[in-house]
Write a new protein. Structure first.
Length: 368
């Protein structure tokens, strides 16, 4: 009789979660000692987008789909908790992996710990110090509950120690997003999107913006758009527009102004492969995203993060990133254009081998 393999739940909710889970899923399948079960909460769900991501990442459809959908923070969190509790009771796993800082990360960790399951948090220890950000609350609570905390960098370890986390729970594994990039490198380098736009490497900047703190405040958003248009007069900009950002552009009567700017090319949101191809070849990236700060550091591409704080300070201290606001965006962009930007270094363990270290940590935790 064959011995039953341990079941490991891998929780995904939004596109960045798929990116972080894919390398671990493939590593666990390759090693073969457990059954990785992908649980999609449905927090952010678009059939086309999810299908494209799965195809790009060479992953099957999720094994379990909670189909929670969108809603307020409380509605989403409660919906995931109710749905995941039923799964845990009916088909209990041996180990649960939550990733990142979305509402589903928080909801699944709370539900699992109340039912005495073993939980590990991948990308633990990140702190912006800004508790007005819902993601910060999700990070703090998830880290407080998890049995294992897999950190990407030394600042993550230090943040957890400062919060009184026991040393044996902290395991630095590196940055799983670099594994995602290496998993997809061949397809990224073969992508012809830039060629179709008639641009070459280093001939453009890339813009992404979606955070409510930037796009919901009309006065601030107008200032930022004005600066972006000014930069586009010196360097062509490619701007894949997030649905929320487009909606705000229309509401504030800014869309036509941006469309009239000769140096700005607006695109629909892009999948991981075409987007990362544009990141890799950009002269600079202007963003308010979290993960892009890491990817630009990995690829040594100058990055201007339009935020007051970051939960990824290593991208500033060692990488190519700087925090900017509406009054400093143009000045810093000009520095990059003038070649006056420091070349970063890749932080330790950002080497494309994080999934292997995570798999070993799970094995050790399960006593295998």
């Amino acid at each position: 009789m064959t011995e039953k393999k341990p079941i490991v739940h891998l929780i995904v909710a939004a596109r960045p979660n798929f990116m972080k889970i894919a390398p671990l899923y493939h590593e666990l399948i390759k090693q073969g000692w457990c059954d990785p079960i992908v649980v999609h909460t449905g927090q952010h769900y678009d059939a086309n987008m999810s299908g494209n991501i799965l195809r790009d990442l060479n992953m099957p459809e999720p094994d379990i789909h909670l189909r929670v959908g969108s809603g307020s923070h409380a509605e989403q969190t409660a919906g995931v908790m109710l749905a995941y509790e039923k799964v845990l009771i009916e088909s209990p796993p041996d180990f649960i992996v939550v990733v990142g800082d979305v509402n589903s990360t928080l909801a699944c960790s709370i539900t699992a710990k109340k039912l005495w399951f073993k939980v590990a948090h991948l990308e633990a220890g990140l702190r912006s110090g800004d508790r007005t950000m819902p993601e910060e609350i999700n990070r703090i609570v998830t880290d407080a509950l998890s049995d294992l905390l897999w950190t990407p960098s030394p600042d993550g370890d230090e943040n957890l120690r400062n919060e009184g986390v026991a040393e044996e729970k902290i395991v630095r594994v590196g940055n799983i997003m670099m594994d995602s990039y290496e998993l997809m490198r061949e397809k990224i380098e073969a992508d012809k999107g830039l060629e179709k736009l008639g641009l070459g490497t280093g001939e453009y900047g890339l813009v992404t913006m979606h955070r409510p703190s930037n796009v919901d405040d009309e006065a601030l958003f107008r200032k930022l758009i004005s600066q972006i248009i000014e930069i586009s007069e010196k360097l062509p900009l490619i701007f894949p527009v997030h649905p929320r950002t487009r909606q705000r552009m229309e509401a504030f009567d800014l869309l036509k102004e941006v469309e009239r700017a000769a140096g700005i090319t607006l695109l629909e949101p892009l999948g991981y492969i075409p987007f990362m191809s544009l990141v890799k070849q950009a002269k600079m990236v202007l963003t308010d995203s979290g993960g892009i700060q890491e990817e630009t550091t990995y690829l040594n591409v100058p990055c201007l993060t339009i935020r007051e704080n970051t939960e990824r300070p290593i991208t500033i201290s060692q990488g190519t990133n700087a925090l900017v606001g509406p009054d400093t965006l143009m000045k810093n962009a000009q520095k990059i254009l003038d070649g006056d930007w420091p070349s970063g270094i890749r932080p330790e363990l950002w080497d494309g081998k994080t999934a292997g270290r995570v798999a070993e940590s799970i094995k050790k935790s399960l006593g295998i």
